[in-house]
Design a protein around this ligand. Structure first.
Ligand code: NDP
Length: 241
């Protein structure tokens, strides 16, 4: 049987890049979204559409989905993966950094969801996997706003799941622990970054290969449509919190 279209946001690095590889190898046509599309091109995957889209731009997101649907058919899976983590403390962090996290981590997920959801409900088929975090259900020092956005991802996902469960559409949350991606690199506070590296030393200086998270997403998706792993937490065995 022909495999359905998979849309992955944040496909230029980290989890998204590994997911692109894993779902490509599983035989799916892909719409891969990020701003640094040259990094996606470098993956050299066939049967893909690559679009330079900022997930905070709802119209651009919708247009790219429409274009991919016209070429490959309806969206079978959307992975709302794009995200930013700008660690800091509320009393001294630039509010612009809060806004960036809220825009990308929450509005980006909403924009993606809106671009596929009506069609999924009509077809009574489809899956959305939202990438949250362990910081989406417990708190960590320096993570106040990041955590607020990821708690938000949990909340909007579970609400949507309840609302549309009758239409057979799956809304799943995948919450990773610490992994070896570019995520921390955008934090502007050097002391917080240094402390994070010290914490990572408790795991032997290496956290989790993003490949495992990509495989977990494929596993969640690969179950029959009638069954939902509503939430999955995946973390390095040595992560202490
Ligand atoms: P990376 O920084 O490696 O990847 C983030 C991806 O998001 C990049 O591809 C980036 O692409 C994309 N992105 C960021 N902002 C935008 C935007 N405005 N529009 C479109 N794409 C954007 O980090 P991860 O792979 O770790 O992050 C992926 C997800 O996993 C995030 O939601 C993160 O919160 C979550 N997560 C990560 C954990 C970790 O330890 N690594 C743990 C738990 C959750 P580009 O810059 O090219 O646009």
């Amino acid at each position: 049987m022909e495999k359905g279209l998979v849309v992955i946001t944040g496909a230029s690095s980290g989890f998204g890049k590994e997911m692109a590889r894993v779902f490509h190898d599983a035989g799916h046509p892909l719409l891969l979204i990020a701003r640094r599309t040259e990094l996606i091109e470098a993956l050299n995957l066939d049967n893909v559409m690559i679009r330079k889209v900022d997930v905070t731009d709802a119209d651009a997101f919708q247009s790219s989905v429409n274009e991919a649907v016209a070429q490959f058919g309806p969206v079978d899976l959307l992975i709302n993966n794009a995200g930013v983590m700008l660690l800091g403390n509320i009393w001294n962090q630039d509010p612009q950094e809060w806004q960036t996290m809220i825009n990308v981590n929450v509005s980006g997920v909403l924009n993606g969801t809106r671009s596929v959801i009506e069609s999924m409900i009509e077809r009574e088929s489809g899956t959305i996997i939202n990438i949250s975090s362990i910081a989406g259900f417990k708190t960590f020092t320096n993570h106040a706003v990041y955590s607020a956005t990821k708690y938000g991802v949990h909340a909007l996902s579970e609400t949507l799941r309840q609302e549309i469960s009758g239409s057979n559409v799956r809304v799943l949350v995948l919450s990773p622990g610490a992994a070896e991606t570019e995520l921390l690199s955008h934090t502007s506070n050097q002391k917080i970054k240094d402390d994070y590296v010290v914490w990572k030393d408790t795991m032997g200086g290496y956290s989790m290969d993003p490949r495992h998270v990509a495989n977990a997403a494929l596993m969640m998706f690969s179950l029959p449509q009638e069954v939902s792993i509503r939430e999955l937490v995946i973390a390095p065995t040595k992560q202490d919190n």
